[in-house]
Design a protein around this ligand. Structure first.
Ligand SMILES: [Zn+2]
Length: 443
Protein backbone atom coordinates (compact mmCIF):
# COMPACT_ATOMS: atom_id res chain seq x y z
CA UNK A 1 0.00 0.00 0.00
CA UNK A 2 1.28 3.46 -0.86
CA UNK A 3 2.57 5.49 2.08
CA UNK A 4 0.34 8.56 2.01
CA UNK A 5 2.02 10.49 4.82
CA UNK A 6 5.66 11.05 5.68
CA UNK A 7 5.01 11.03 9.43
CA UNK A 8 1.54 9.51 10.01
CA UNK A 9 1.87 9.60 13.83
CA UNK A 10 2.07 13.38 13.77
CA UNK A 11 0.08 14.21 10.66
CA UNK A 12 -3.00 12.20 11.61
CA UNK A 13 -2.84 12.74 15.37
CA UNK A 14 -6.26 13.18 17.01
CA UNK A 15 -7.11 16.57 18.43
CA UNK A 16 -7.19 15.17 21.98
CA UNK A 17 -3.77 13.56 21.61
CA UNK A 18 -2.42 16.70 19.99
CA UNK A 19 -3.62 18.86 22.87
CA UNK A 20 -2.10 16.45 25.38
CA UNK A 21 1.20 16.43 23.51
CA UNK A 22 1.24 20.22 23.13
CA UNK A 23 0.64 20.78 26.82
CA UNK A 24 3.44 18.46 27.84
CA UNK A 25 5.94 19.83 25.28
CA UNK A 26 4.99 23.41 26.07
CA UNK A 27 5.62 23.05 29.78
CA UNK A 28 9.02 21.50 29.06
CA UNK A 29 9.83 24.27 26.58
CA UNK A 30 8.86 27.00 29.04
CA UNK A 31 11.02 25.38 31.72
CA UNK A 32 13.91 25.20 29.23
CA UNK A 33 13.51 28.83 28.19
CA UNK A 34 13.41 30.01 31.82
CA UNK A 35 16.67 28.22 32.51
CA UNK A 36 18.57 28.90 29.28
CA UNK A 37 17.32 32.04 27.49
CA UNK A 38 18.57 35.33 28.91
CA UNK A 39 16.17 37.37 26.78
CA UNK A 40 13.15 35.47 28.14
CA UNK A 41 14.41 35.49 31.71
CA UNK A 42 14.48 39.29 31.45
CA UNK A 43 11.15 39.55 29.63
CA UNK A 44 9.30 37.36 32.11
CA UNK A 45 10.90 39.04 35.11
CA UNK A 46 9.83 42.41 33.69
CA UNK A 47 6.28 41.14 33.22
CA UNK A 48 6.29 39.69 36.75
CA UNK A 49 5.43 36.16 35.57
CA UNK A 50 7.11 33.15 37.10
CA UNK A 51 7.11 29.80 35.35
CA UNK A 52 4.85 28.10 37.91
CA UNK A 53 2.00 30.33 36.62
CA UNK A 54 2.11 28.45 33.30
CA UNK A 55 0.33 25.14 33.70
CA UNK A 56 -1.87 25.00 30.61
CA UNK A 57 -1.69 26.15 27.01
CA UNK A 58 -4.29 28.84 27.87
CA UNK A 59 -1.90 30.33 30.44
CA UNK A 60 0.38 31.41 27.60
CA UNK A 61 -1.85 34.44 27.32
CA UNK A 62 -0.19 35.69 30.51
CA UNK A 63 3.18 35.87 28.79
CA UNK A 64 4.30 38.87 26.73
CA UNK A 65 4.53 38.60 22.94
CA UNK A 66 7.84 38.43 21.15
CA UNK A 67 8.38 40.66 18.11
CA UNK A 68 10.88 40.72 15.27
CA UNK A 69 12.14 44.05 16.59
CA UNK A 70 13.05 42.38 19.90
CA UNK A 71 15.05 39.73 18.03
CA UNK A 72 16.89 42.49 16.16
CA UNK A 73 17.64 44.34 19.40
CA UNK A 74 18.75 41.11 21.04
CA UNK A 75 21.23 40.44 18.22
CA UNK A 76 22.47 44.00 18.44
CA UNK A 77 23.11 43.55 22.16
CA UNK A 78 24.85 40.25 21.67
CA UNK A 79 26.18 39.46 18.21
CA UNK A 80 25.68 37.37 16.23
CA UNK A 81 22.90 35.11 17.64
CA UNK A 82 21.41 37.34 20.34
CA UNK A 83 20.71 36.64 23.98
CA UNK A 84 17.78 34.45 22.99
CA UNK A 85 20.31 31.78 22.02
CA UNK A 86 19.60 29.11 24.62
CA UNK A 87 22.52 26.77 23.85
CA UNK A 88 26.24 27.29 23.65
CA UNK A 89 27.44 28.66 20.30
CA UNK A 90 29.32 25.35 19.75
CA UNK A 91 26.03 23.44 19.66
CA UNK A 92 24.83 25.47 16.67
CA UNK A 93 25.07 23.40 13.48
CA UNK A 94 23.60 25.65 10.84
CA UNK A 95 22.99 29.38 10.54
CA UNK A 96 20.67 31.18 8.15
CA UNK A 97 19.97 34.84 7.71
CA UNK A 98 16.56 36.33 7.05
CA UNK A 99 16.15 38.75 4.16
CA UNK A 100 16.07 41.92 6.26
CA UNK A 101 13.89 43.76 3.72
CA UNK A 102 12.25 45.71 6.54
CA UNK A 103 15.31 46.23 8.75
CA UNK A 104 18.39 44.58 10.21
CA UNK A 105 18.99 40.93 9.27
CA UNK A 106 18.27 38.22 11.81
CA UNK A 107 20.62 35.27 12.18
CA UNK A 108 18.70 32.06 12.73
CA UNK A 109 20.68 29.34 14.51
CA UNK A 110 19.77 25.64 14.59
CA UNK A 111 21.21 22.71 16.49
CA UNK A 112 21.39 19.18 15.13
CA UNK A 113 18.07 18.31 16.86
CA UNK A 114 16.45 21.51 15.58
CA UNK A 115 17.49 20.52 12.07
CA UNK A 116 16.10 17.00 12.38
CA UNK A 117 12.72 18.36 13.39
CA UNK A 118 12.84 21.09 10.71
CA UNK A 119 13.61 18.53 7.99
CA UNK A 120 10.92 16.20 9.27
CA UNK A 121 8.24 18.92 9.11
CA UNK A 122 9.44 20.06 5.67
CA UNK A 123 9.37 16.48 4.37
CA UNK A 124 5.78 16.09 5.67
CA UNK A 125 4.83 19.11 3.55
CA UNK A 126 6.54 18.02 0.34
CA UNK A 127 5.23 14.47 0.74
CA UNK A 128 1.68 15.79 1.23
CA UNK A 129 2.05 17.69 -2.05
CA UNK A 130 2.94 14.47 -3.87
CA UNK A 131 6.76 14.25 -3.76
CA UNK A 132 7.99 10.65 -3.47
CA UNK A 133 11.42 8.95 -3.33
CA UNK A 134 11.32 8.08 -7.05
CA UNK A 135 11.14 11.76 -8.08
CA UNK A 136 14.03 13.89 -9.27
CA UNK A 137 13.55 17.50 -8.16
CA UNK A 138 15.45 20.65 -9.08
CA UNK A 139 15.46 23.21 -6.27
CA UNK A 140 15.38 26.80 -7.54
CA UNK A 141 15.27 29.03 -4.47
CA UNK A 142 18.07 31.32 -3.32
CA UNK A 143 20.84 29.37 -1.52
CA UNK A 144 22.64 32.48 -0.31
CA UNK A 145 22.11 32.27 3.46
CA UNK A 146 18.33 32.11 3.10
CA UNK A 147 16.54 29.18 4.73
CA UNK A 148 14.51 28.51 1.57
CA UNK A 149 17.73 27.50 -0.17
CA UNK A 150 19.79 24.92 1.66
CA UNK A 151 17.32 23.93 4.39
CA UNK A 152 14.49 23.42 1.92
CA UNK A 153 16.95 21.40 -0.16
CA UNK A 154 17.52 19.17 2.89
CA UNK A 155 13.75 19.02 3.50
CA UNK A 156 13.27 17.78 -0.06
CA UNK A 157 16.04 15.19 0.38
CA UNK A 158 14.47 13.94 3.60
CA UNK A 159 11.52 12.58 1.58
CA UNK A 160 13.98 10.29 -0.20
CA UNK A 161 13.70 12.13 -3.53
CA UNK A 162 16.79 12.99 -5.59
CA UNK A 163 17.53 16.71 -5.33
CA UNK A 164 19.52 18.87 -7.72
CA UNK A 165 20.67 22.17 -6.14
CA UNK A 166 20.18 24.96 -8.64
CA UNK A 167 19.36 28.22 -6.91
CA UNK A 168 18.20 31.33 -8.78
CA UNK A 169 19.33 32.88 -12.06
CA UNK A 170 20.90 31.10 -15.08
CA UNK A 171 17.44 30.28 -16.39
CA UNK A 172 18.71 28.98 -19.76
CA UNK A 173 21.04 26.56 -18.04
CA UNK A 174 18.18 25.47 -15.79
CA UNK A 175 15.99 24.55 -18.76
CA UNK A 176 18.90 22.65 -20.30
CA UNK A 177 19.43 20.71 -17.04
CA UNK A 178 15.72 19.87 -16.73
CA UNK A 179 15.90 18.55 -20.31
CA UNK A 180 19.13 16.58 -19.88
CA UNK A 181 18.88 15.21 -16.34
CA UNK A 182 15.42 13.66 -16.45
CA UNK A 183 14.06 16.07 -13.86
CA UNK A 184 10.35 15.66 -13.20
CA UNK A 185 9.70 18.05 -10.30
CA UNK A 186 10.59 21.73 -9.86
CA UNK A 187 10.70 23.57 -6.55
CA UNK A 188 10.53 27.38 -6.90
CA UNK A 189 8.42 30.45 -6.29
CA UNK A 190 5.05 30.37 -8.08
CA UNK A 191 6.01 33.35 -10.25
CA UNK A 192 9.11 31.62 -11.63
CA UNK A 193 7.40 29.34 -14.18
CA UNK A 194 5.90 32.38 -15.89
CA UNK A 195 9.40 33.76 -16.39
CA UNK A 196 10.78 30.37 -17.51
CA UNK A 197 7.94 29.88 -19.98
CA UNK A 198 9.24 32.75 -22.13
CA UNK A 199 12.74 31.27 -22.19
CA UNK A 200 11.51 27.78 -23.06
CA UNK A 201 9.49 29.15 -25.96
CA UNK A 202 11.91 31.79 -27.26
CA UNK A 203 15.33 30.24 -26.64
CA UNK A 204 14.53 26.55 -26.93
CA UNK A 205 11.64 26.80 -29.34
CA UNK A 206 9.82 24.21 -27.21
CA UNK A 207 6.43 23.85 -25.61
CA UNK A 208 6.98 23.78 -21.80
CA UNK A 209 4.95 20.53 -21.66
CA UNK A 210 7.69 18.76 -23.63
CA UNK A 211 10.04 19.17 -20.64
CA UNK A 212 8.17 16.45 -18.80
CA UNK A 213 7.74 18.14 -15.42
CA UNK A 214 5.07 16.39 -13.35
CA UNK A 215 4.87 18.49 -10.19
CA UNK A 216 5.71 22.07 -9.24
CA UNK A 217 6.36 22.54 -5.52
CA UNK A 218 5.84 26.22 -4.92
CA UNK A 219 6.34 28.55 -1.99
CA UNK A 220 7.98 31.74 -0.84
CA UNK A 221 5.26 34.07 -2.08
CA UNK A 222 1.48 34.07 -2.63
CA UNK A 223 0.00 33.51 -6.06
CA UNK A 224 -1.26 29.96 -6.19
CA UNK A 225 -4.31 30.78 -4.09
CA UNK A 226 -5.68 32.11 -7.31
CA UNK A 227 -7.22 29.14 -9.18
CA UNK A 228 -6.86 30.95 -12.51
CA UNK A 229 -3.12 31.40 -12.07
CA UNK A 230 -2.72 27.82 -10.88
CA UNK A 231 -4.71 26.50 -13.82
CA UNK A 232 -2.57 28.53 -16.19
CA UNK A 233 0.64 26.97 -14.84
CA UNK A 234 -0.89 23.50 -14.99
CA UNK A 235 -2.11 23.93 -18.57
CA UNK A 236 1.09 25.57 -19.80
CA UNK A 237 3.48 23.08 -18.20
CA UNK A 238 1.35 19.95 -17.96
CA UNK A 239 2.33 19.63 -14.28
CA UNK A 240 0.41 19.74 -11.02
CA UNK A 241 1.02 23.14 -9.37
CA UNK A 242 1.20 22.58 -5.62
CA UNK A 243 1.40 25.17 -2.89
CA UNK A 244 3.85 23.07 -0.90
CA UNK A 245 6.10 25.33 1.07
CA UNK A 246 4.80 27.72 3.68
CA UNK A 247 6.93 28.69 6.65
CA UNK A 248 8.07 31.60 8.79
CA UNK A 249 11.82 31.95 8.42
CA UNK A 250 12.51 33.09 12.01
CA UNK A 251 10.53 30.15 13.36
CA UNK A 252 10.24 27.07 11.12
CA UNK A 253 11.24 26.69 7.49
CA UNK A 254 8.24 24.81 6.09
CA UNK A 255 5.26 23.57 8.04
CA UNK A 256 2.32 23.62 5.63
CA UNK A 257 1.31 22.32 2.25
CA UNK A 258 -1.72 21.36 0.23
CA UNK A 259 -2.44 17.65 -0.14
CA UNK A 260 -3.36 15.73 -3.26
CA UNK A 261 -7.09 15.82 -2.50
CA UNK A 262 -7.57 19.32 -1.15
CA UNK A 263 -6.13 22.58 -2.37
CA UNK A 264 -5.83 24.25 1.01
CA UNK A 265 -2.71 24.61 3.15
CA UNK A 266 -2.63 21.95 5.91
CA UNK A 267 -0.83 22.72 9.16
CA UNK A 268 1.90 20.07 9.43
CA UNK A 269 4.12 21.34 12.25
CA UNK A 270 2.59 19.09 14.94
CA UNK A 271 5.04 18.56 17.77
CA UNK A 272 7.25 21.45 16.66
CA UNK A 273 4.96 24.46 16.84
CA UNK A 274 1.97 25.70 18.72
CA UNK A 275 -0.17 27.98 16.56
CA UNK A 276 -2.39 30.65 18.08
CA UNK A 277 -4.36 33.51 16.58
CA UNK A 278 -4.76 36.99 17.98
CA UNK A 279 -6.72 40.04 16.99
CA UNK A 280 -3.85 42.37 15.86
CA UNK A 281 -5.62 45.41 17.30
CA UNK A 282 -6.90 44.19 20.70
CA UNK A 283 -4.16 41.49 21.02
CA UNK A 284 -6.75 39.09 22.44
CA UNK A 285 -6.55 35.38 21.58
CA UNK A 286 -8.99 34.08 18.96
CA UNK A 287 -9.85 30.35 19.10
CA UNK A 288 -8.82 28.27 16.07
CA UNK A 289 -12.22 27.47 14.64
CA UNK A 290 -13.48 27.42 11.08
CA UNK A 291 -13.71 30.97 9.67
CA UNK A 292 -11.52 32.59 12.34
CA UNK A 293 -9.13 35.29 11.04
CA UNK A 294 -6.25 36.73 13.01
CA UNK A 295 -2.53 37.31 13.21
CA UNK A 296 -0.63 34.05 13.56
CA UNK A 297 1.33 33.78 16.80
CA UNK A 298 3.83 30.91 17.07
CA UNK A 299 5.44 29.19 20.03
CA UNK A 300 8.18 26.61 19.64
CA UNK A 301 7.56 23.31 21.40
CA UNK A 302 10.94 21.63 21.10
CA UNK A 303 13.47 24.23 20.02
CA UNK A 304 16.99 24.18 21.39
CA UNK A 305 18.92 27.02 19.79
CA UNK A 306 16.59 30.01 19.65
CA UNK A 307 13.23 29.08 21.18
CA UNK A 308 10.52 31.68 20.66
CA UNK A 309 7.44 32.11 22.81
CA UNK A 310 4.33 33.93 21.54
CA UNK A 311 6.11 35.20 18.43
CA UNK A 312 4.03 37.63 16.37
CA UNK A 313 4.51 36.64 12.73
CA UNK A 314 2.59 39.55 11.12
CA UNK A 315 0.95 36.96 8.85
CA UNK A 316 -2.82 37.17 8.88
CA UNK A 317 -4.28 33.70 8.75
CA UNK A 318 -7.81 32.51 8.01
CA UNK A 319 -8.83 29.08 9.30
CA UNK A 320 -10.67 27.34 6.46
CA UNK A 321 -11.38 23.88 7.90
CA UNK A 322 -10.76 21.96 11.08
CA UNK A 323 -11.10 18.20 11.69
CA UNK A 324 -9.67 15.48 9.45
CA UNK A 325 -9.20 16.09 5.73
CA UNK A 326 -10.05 13.44 3.13
CA UNK A 327 -6.33 12.63 3.00
CA UNK A 328 -6.41 11.61 6.68
CA UNK A 329 -4.34 14.54 7.92
CA UNK A 330 -5.82 16.27 10.93
CA UNK A 331 -3.97 19.60 10.87
CA UNK A 332 -6.33 22.54 10.30
CA UNK A 333 -6.46 24.00 6.81
CA UNK A 334 -5.79 27.70 6.33
CA UNK A 335 -4.82 30.48 4.00
CA UNK A 336 -2.73 33.56 4.52
CA UNK A 337 -4.86 36.58 3.74
CA UNK A 338 -2.03 39.09 3.92
CA UNK A 339 0.63 40.67 6.05
CA UNK A 340 -0.56 42.59 9.05
CA UNK A 341 1.80 45.38 7.80
CA UNK A 342 0.58 45.18 4.17
CA UNK A 343 -3.02 45.54 5.22
CA UNK A 344 -4.19 48.91 3.95
CA UNK A 345 -7.29 50.65 5.21
CA UNK A 346 -9.20 52.27 2.39
CA UNK A 347 -12.36 54.03 3.60
CA UNK A 348 -12.87 51.43 6.30
CA UNK A 349 -12.22 48.45 3.98
CA UNK A 350 -9.21 46.19 4.63
CA UNK A 351 -7.31 45.81 1.38
CA UNK A 352 -4.57 43.25 0.78
CA UNK A 353 -2.23 43.25 -2.22
CA UNK A 354 -3.15 39.55 -2.71
CA UNK A 355 -6.71 40.60 -3.49
CA UNK A 356 -5.55 42.93 -6.27
CA UNK A 357 -3.30 40.18 -7.56
CA UNK A 358 -6.29 37.85 -7.91
CA UNK A 359 -8.34 40.47 -9.80
CA UNK A 360 -5.49 41.09 -12.25
CA UNK A 361 -4.73 37.41 -12.81
CA UNK A 362 -8.28 37.03 -14.09
CA UNK A 363 -7.57 39.71 -16.70
CA UNK A 364 -4.40 38.14 -18.18
CA UNK A 365 -3.43 38.48 -21.12
CA UNK A 366 -4.88 42.01 -21.20
CA UNK A 367 -2.48 42.67 -18.30
CA UNK A 368 0.69 40.81 -17.29
CA UNK A 369 -0.52 40.36 -13.68
CA UNK A 370 2.26 42.52 -12.24
CA UNK A 371 1.36 45.66 -10.34
CA UNK A 372 2.50 48.03 -7.64
CA UNK A 373 0.54 50.11 -5.15
CA UNK A 374 2.09 53.54 -4.78
CA UNK A 375 1.41 55.29 -1.47
CA UNK A 376 2.33 58.96 -1.26
CA UNK A 377 1.09 59.51 2.28
CA UNK A 378 0.47 57.43 5.41
CA UNK A 379 -2.89 55.73 6.17
CA UNK A 380 -5.87 56.32 6.01
CA UNK A 381 -6.62 56.27 2.29
CA UNK A 382 -9.71 57.17 0.31
CA UNK A 383 -8.45 55.39 -2.82
CA UNK A 384 -5.29 53.63 -3.99
CA UNK A 385 -3.05 54.48 -6.89
CA UNK A 386 -2.04 51.25 -8.64
CA UNK A 387 0.53 50.89 -11.41
CA UNK A 388 -0.60 47.97 -13.59
CA UNK A 389 1.40 46.43 -16.42
CA UNK A 390 -0.66 46.17 -19.61
CA UNK A 391 -0.47 43.01 -21.72
CA UNK A 392 1.90 42.88 -24.73
CA UNK A 393 -0.91 43.11 -27.29
CA UNK A 394 -2.53 46.23 -25.86
CA UNK A 395 -2.45 49.14 -28.33
CA UNK A 396 -2.82 52.84 -27.32
CA UNK A 397 -6.46 52.99 -28.48
CA UNK A 398 -7.39 50.12 -26.12
CA UNK A 399 -5.94 51.71 -23.00
CA UNK A 400 -8.83 53.89 -21.85
CA UNK A 401 -11.23 50.93 -21.92
CA UNK A 402 -8.75 48.65 -20.20
CA UNK A 403 -8.11 51.15 -17.42
CA UNK A 404 -11.88 51.50 -16.73
CA UNK A 405 -12.35 47.74 -16.90
CA UNK A 406 -9.67 47.13 -14.25
CA UNK A 407 -10.96 49.91 -12.01
CA UNK A 408 -14.49 48.55 -12.27
CA UNK A 409 -13.35 44.98 -11.50
CA UNK A 410 -11.47 46.21 -8.43
CA UNK A 411 -14.54 48.12 -7.25
CA UNK A 412 -16.85 45.14 -7.80
CA UNK A 413 -14.57 42.52 -6.28
CA UNK A 414 -12.73 44.36 -3.52
CA UNK A 415 -15.10 47.20 -2.78
CA UNK A 416 -12.65 50.11 -2.94
CA UNK A 417 -11.64 52.70 -5.50
CA UNK A 418 -8.40 51.97 -7.35
CA UNK A 419 -6.88 54.57 -9.68
CA UNK A 420 -5.09 52.58 -12.34
CA UNK A 421 -2.02 53.84 -14.15
CA UNK A 422 -1.23 51.50 -17.06
CA UNK A 423 2.47 50.95 -17.68
CA UNK A 424 4.40 48.94 -20.29
CA UNK A 425 4.87 45.17 -19.88
CA UNK A 426 8.00 44.25 -17.87
CA UNK A 427 8.48 47.88 -16.74
CA UNK A 428 7.90 47.19 -13.03
CA UNK A 429 11.18 46.14 -11.50
CA UNK A 430 11.37 42.47 -10.41
CA UNK A 431 13.54 41.09 -7.66
CA UNK A 432 15.93 38.20 -8.43
CA UNK A 433 13.12 35.84 -7.48
CA UNK A 434 11.06 37.20 -10.36
CA UNK A 435 8.48 39.12 -8.35
CA UNK A 436 7.70 42.82 -7.98
CA UNK A 437 7.39 44.65 -4.68
CA UNK A 438 3.69 45.17 -4.17
CA UNK A 439 3.59 48.24 -1.95
CA UNK A 440 5.86 51.25 -2.44
CA UNK A 441 5.73 53.82 0.33
CA UNK A 442 6.79 57.00 -1.42
CA UNK A 443 6.66 59.45 1.46
ZN1 LIG B 1 -5.69 16.78 2.92
Amino acid sequence: MEQTMFNPDMESISLTDQEKMEKSLLLDQIEYVYVHSKMYQDKFAKAGISKDKINHVQDLELLPFTTKQELRSSQKRLTPFGDFLATSAEQVSRVHRTSGITGRFIYTALTKNDLDLTHNCGARAFWAAGLRPHHRVVHCLNYCMWMGGYTDHANLETTGATVIPFGVGNAKQLIQVIKDAGINVISSTPSYPKYLEKIVKEDFNMDPRELGLEIGLFGGEPGLDNPVYRQRIETTWGMKAQNANYGVSDVLCNFASVCQENYKLHFLGQGALLVQLIDPLTLKDIPITQGAVGEMVLTHLKKEAQPLIRYRTSDLMEILETGPCECGRTGFRFKIVGRADDMLHVKGINVFPNGISMVLEDLVPEVTGEFQIILDHPSPYTNLEIKVEQGINITPDMMTDLKSKIEQKIKETLNFKGIVDLVKPDSIERTKMGKARRVIRDY
